[in-house]
Design a protein around this ligand. Structure first.
Ligand code: ADP
Ligand code: MG
Length: 345
């Protein structure tokens, strides 16, 4: 169905049916000039917003709309997770090109709603416009942290150990596989989920925000600093160190890589290259003071110790022979001409 057959308000009604539900925390939700939202009495409000622009962040040749909706939610939930917060509410603003159908908007909101509901978050507003060129998505998530429990990027101290959850690199490798397939059929992850490359693609298209782990690291007061890995380990560790005015040593062979990545054939870079510069894994990178390590180990959070925070402000990658080299940021920068991707040996 054409969107022009429904009109703006018909489309909004449909979005509300697909993606919103009632909650006591939002006594006034979609439909008024603004939503009215309730926070827990002792909470600090967390707010984050991210844009996804067709041709910059995604390509409809390599993603289906359900996955795009899921990812638009997940990348924002991940930012709340990285503060150790609980995501509560979200708003979506869309610029929709005339080529898009009502069914495609439905698919987007089905993916979006499944992701936000899974993490206990509710859609409370947004905006809907036409776009002259390409699909434009802006998602805002509001969350809460207990007062003084939000974990910033700036709390790392020399001697703290550096941890990362899950594994890194799947998403970047998955993107490369998807790009190599352009010209073929657009495949959603569901169809390939059981194959190894399917799992890499799956992680790229439908990342998992580590909301529960982030919240527990905050309430147990175990992490001194935290960031989510959206741009690749090299860039995001650089941000954490810069904000904390410290450096770090990372041991290359400790960086957790999945079997699916290490056994994938035909990739352009060695597996660790995707971990360092691939980005979009949305794992949590955090630091733990030595006195809190015992506690962390009791928390059944899947995390690997990959290095240590240093007083000297350089960030270095140490190879298996103990040789170090500077770990320079190789993640995506929107205002540089192209990705500064240097193969990692
Ligand atoms: P206004 O003119 O006050 O901006 P709108 O007509 O744009 O109001 O929106 C009407 C209601 O629908 C508002 O509550 C707004 O938050 C909500 N809304 C509009 N677009 C979306 C969307 N894409 N997703 C969720 N809610 C939306
Ligand atoms: Mg509006």
């Amino acid at each position: 169905m054409k969107i022009s057959d429904l009109g703006e308000f018909g489309l909004i009604d449909r979005i509300v049916k697909t993606a919103s539900y009632n909650t006591k925390r939002a006594p006034i939700g979609i439909g008024d000039d603004a939503a009215a939202l309730l926070l827990s009495p002792s909470a600090t409000l967390l707010a984050t917003t991210d844009m996804l622009i067709e041709g910059v962040h995604f390509d409809l040749m390599t993603t289906d709309l359900y996955s795009l909706g899921w990812k638009a939610a997940a990348v924002n939930l991940s930012d709340i997770a990285a503060m150790g917060g609980v995501p509560r509410f979200c708003l979506t603003a869309l610029g929709i090109p005339s080529s898009m159908t009502v069914e495609q908007v439905d698919e987007f909101y089905r993916g979006f709603a499944n992701c936000v509901r899974k993490y206990g978050t509710v859609l409370v507003g947004g905006d809907t416009c036409s776009s002259r060129k390409g699909l434009i998505i802006s998602v805002t998530v509001l969350g809460e942290a207990e007062k003084k429990h939000a974990i910033t990027r700036s709390g790392a101290r020399p001697g703290d150990l550096l941890y990362v959850t899950g594994t890194l690199g799947n998403s970047g490798a998955g993107l490369e596989i998807l790009k190599n397939r352009i010209g073929g059929r657009v495949q959603g992850p569901g169809k390939t989920r059981n194959s190894m490359t399917g799992k890499l693609i799956d992680r790229h298209l439908r990342p998992i925000p580590r909301v529960e782990w982030g919240r527990r690291l905050a309430t147990a007061r175990v992490a001194s600093a935290m960031i989510d890995v959206s741009d690749g380990l090299s860039s995001d560790l650089g941000h954490l160190c810069a904000q904390s005015a410290v450096g770090a040593k990372v041991f290359a062979e400790r960086i957790p890589l999945s079997m699916d990545l290490t056994s994938a054939k035909g990739l352009k870079q060695p597996p660790v290259g995707y971990a360092l510069s691939g980005g979009e894994d949305y794992e949590l990178l955090f630091t733990v003071p030595p006195g809190k390590i015992k506690k962390l180990k009791t928390m059944s959070i899947v995390a690997t110790e990959i290095g240590i925070i240093t007083r000297q402000r350089a960030v270095r990658l140490i190879d298996e022979r103990g040789h170090g080299r500077p770990l320079t940021a190789t993640g995506y920068d929107h205002f540089r001409s192209r990705r500064r991707r240097r193969p990692v040996r």
